[in-house]
Design a protein around this ligand. Structure first.
Ligand code: PRP
Length: 211
């Protein structure tokens, strides 16, 4: 049996649709049930529904053989897994954003609010800028509005949250999309099944693109 960790929420809905298109039935994931584990009818695949930021943890530790996770999570936590495929879903961007009208003073320490502490530290180290990190867990856009930070490092998808809070993108750090990952040991033992799934997902994506 192949164990798959799937993200709940926004990205999840797109992922379940893609899996169904590739012939992997995870219908139950669509319904309103609170169950977190599902099996396919032929019992060849078991799905776990987990918090998007936890997918890579399940896969790295082998609790799941494979998983689908955003590139942002992979760059933040750098898990020791194989990244086998870009699914092209959940496209968005990691950005630096600030309040409209904010003027950066390069000689003072920049206060950066973010969920993505490692990404922010690496980015500012790369451009040689001194920062103070303010680690938040959500609603990051509030921080510059309340004077808690000068800028934020966060995900921008439609741009609506920034716009509605009088903020705008200052720099795009990198693009993000969902990736198919595998546990390294599982890939040795279940490589044929994993490769078959990658092949079927690729075919489903091409079919969708051509439709
Ligand atoms: C994410 C992100 C932004 C928002 C961007 O937050 O942190 O706040 O989505 O989307 P948009 O550009 O389409 O407006 P999420 O909804 O995951 O919730 P959070 O605030 O709890 O992090």
């Amino acid at each position: 049996m192949l164990n798959i960790a799937l993200p709940k929420g926004r990205l999840g809905d797109q992922v379940y649709r893609l899996l169904a298109g590739a012939g992997y039935d995870c219908r139950e994931a669509f319904d309103e049930s609170r169950k977190l584990v599902f099996e396919s009818e032929d019992r060849s695949v078991r799905y776990f529904l987990v918090k998007p930021s936890d997918v890579a943890i399940y896969v790295e530790h082998g609790a799941a053989d494979i998983g689908i996770v955003g590139k942002d999570i992979l760059l933040e936590s750098r898990p020791d897994v194989y990244e086998l495929m870009d699914l092209g879903l959940g496209r968005c961007r990691m950005c630096v954003a600030a309040k409209n009208g904010y003027v950066d003073q390069r000689d003072v320490t920049l206060r950066v609010a973010t969920k993505f502490v490692n990404i922010a530290k690496r980015y500012y180290a790369g451009i040689g800028r001194e920062i103070e990190i303010i680690h938040l867990n959500g609603s990051i856009e509030l921080a510059p509005l309340l004077g808690l930070s000068d800028v934020i490092v966060d995900i921008v998808e439609s741009g609506k949250t920034l716009k509605e809070n009088d903020l705008s993108v200052r720099t795009e750090i990198f693009p993000i999309s969902a990736r198919f990952i595998a546990n390294k040991a599982s890939y040795q033992f279940k490589g044929a099944q994993v490769d078959e799934m990658v092949g079927r997902l690729k075919a489903a994506i091409e079919k969708e693109a051509g439709a």
